[in-house]
Design a protein around this ligand. Structure first.
Ligand code: ADP
Ligand code: MG
Ligand code: ZN
Length: 479
């Protein structure tokens, strides 16, 4: 029997406003514990929350960027539960009337575009953070830091539209890219400013009803979300094949062991007793404000990607990789303005530049090779001043010194040798020095051509024009 997996994701993204959602405390990350707190975000009796307008603006931005309908009236509710990191005993969150609904994002998987529906996007406050430093005289204890209490979040809930862990990964990366283009969140999963709960079920292929799902928590990287889903799909499939049923429950991902473990069952599921927060009026968003925000939207990742494809004729895949970060896309465009060779530029950016950024763990703004310098180097390849091979050396030198390609090529004397006479002289030398190989080549072992090319390149320190070397060598050997 063939099974199909069905995945729906709940994402929490921290918004990067300067202050918290219901008070004016700073949201700065990494400050000493409990230095950014006040009576409101520590839940003292008698205080009143005041909604931060910027939070609403950012949430509207995300709603519009993902094609949602923005509700004219939405509402904050109290989600009641007890935990030491939640001093009020409830979290303020939108529930029945969220700010944004019925949107979608477009993902690219195996070269195909696919739309993933968004059920809703709503605003809520973050909780504080528990720290578990260990034990004092054998008694374990915990500390609580309320700096994060009241930091604004948006929760983005997808429809159950994904069919594989790979699609889930692509969806998460796409959401993160959109948030970063909008400059409303840094989308950093490792640091916890972008968190994901994954819901997954399986069903027979062709079945239209949803199967029983489990909810997975505790994944702190895109890769771990994919791994947790892969594990869970296998576990559920095995259960069904053994004639068992899947039980609706919440499971925790254990990255070290590579398994999910039950955290709580359906019976233990919380009843949050939601009700509208009487301290906060219904939120009314006028159409004129929505239009104003719409006008402020930048070119979005999928728009930029499609534009790069039509404007420069580069493959969709290249454009997707390059537009994953706006600064990388800007770098690419600047580079093309200089060299006017989009495909070469996209290769260099996609392969060499992105590899260096990853290896050095830096942002492109800190990259020593400017877009102009890379463009100039590509221009030198195009003009035949340097070969593609030498370009790798020049690029490495640009990375370590930040110098212009002209200076490097001049100082290191790397200009390509295209003088027919010079190349012929070197080839003659090589042929004279290796009579035995010449004999074998002429006897039919034509694979030796590579050996001769290598020798010529060695003598010219890689500077001979490879096409010319090939042609002249063949002429002389096949004579
Ligand atoms: P809750 O808030 O209790 O977690 P929701 O109805 O809000 O429940 O659903 C949460 C997420 O689970 C959504 O992203 C939704 O798409 C997904 N989901 C719901 N049912 C299923 C299912 N049977 N299989 C996979 N995902 C599901
Ligand atoms: Mg849930
Ligand atoms: Zn505060």
């Amino acid at each position: 029997m063939e099974y199909e997996s069905v995945i729906g994701l709940e994402v929490h993204a921290q918004l990067n406003t300067a202050t918290k959602i219901f008070c004016s405390c700073s949201t700065e990350f990494g400050a000493p514990p409990n230095t950014h707190i006040c009576p409101i975000c520590t839940g003292q009796p008698g205080v009143l929350p005041v909604l931060n307008r910027k939070v609403v603006e950012y949430a509207i931005k995300m709603g519009l960027a993902t094609h949602c309908t923005i509700a004219r009236v939405s509402q904050f509710a109290r989600k009641n539960y007890f935990y030491p990191d939640l001093p009020k005993g409830y979290q303020i969150s939108q529930y029945e009337l969220p700010l944004a609904e019925h949107g979608y994002v477009e993902i690219l998987v195996n070269g195909e575009k696919k739309r993933i529906g968004l059920t809703r996007i709503h605003m809520e406050e973050d909780a504080g953070k528990l720290v578990h430093p260990g034990s004092i005289t054998d008694t374990p204890y915990s500390l609580v830091d309320y700096n994060r209490s009241g930091v604004p979040l948006i929760e983005i809930v997808s429809d159950p539209d994904m069919r594989s862990p790979k699609e889930a990964g692509a969806y998460l990366r796409t959401l993160r890219t959109i948030l970063r283009y909008l400059e409303i969140s840094d989308g950093n999963m490792e640091e916890g400013s972008f968190r994901c709960d994954a819901n997954v079920s399986i069903r027979h292929r062709g079945e239209t009803k949803l199967g029983t799902r489990t909810e997975l928590k505790n994944m702190n990287s895109f890769r771990n979300v994919e791994r947790a889903l892969e594990y869970e799909i296998e576990r559920q499939t095995a259960a069904l094949e053994n004639g068992e049923t899947v039980v609706q429950e919440t499971r925790l991902w254990d990255a070290a062991a590579g398994v999910t473990r039950i955290m709580r069952g359906k019976e233990e599921a919380d009843d949050y007793r939601y009700f509208p927060d009487p301290d906060l009026l219904p939120l009314v968003v006028e159409a004129s404000w929505v239009e104003e925000v719409r006008k402020s939207l930048p070119e979005l990742p999928s728009e930029k990607r499609d534009r790069l494809v039509t404007q420069y004729g580069i493959p969709l895949y290249d454009a997707e990789v390059i537009t994953a970060e706006k600064a990388v896309a800007d770098y690419f465009e600047e580079c093309v303005r200089v060299c006017n060779s989009p495909k070469l530029a996209s290769n260099w950016v996609m392969v060499e530049v992105l590899r260096e950024l990853k290896e050095q763990a830096i942002e492109i703004s800190k990259f020593p090779v400017t877009a102009t310098h890379l463009g100039e180097m590509i221009l030198m390849i195009e003009k035949g001043t340097i070969s593609g091979k030498i370009a790798k050396t020049v690029f490495a030198e640009m990375v370590s010194t930040g110098d212009s390609p002209e200076k490097i090529v001049r100082d290191k004397n790397l200009v390509q040798v295209t003088d027919q006479g010079v190349i012929e002289a070197v080839i003659d030398e090589v042929l004279t020095e290796n009579p035995e190989q010449v004999e074998r080549y002429r006897g039919g072992k034509t694979k030796l051509l590579g050996f001769f090319v290598g020798q010529v390149m060695k003598k010219t320190r890689g500077k001979a024009n490879p096409q010319m070397v090939n042609t002249i060598l063949k002429e002389k050997l096949d004579r």
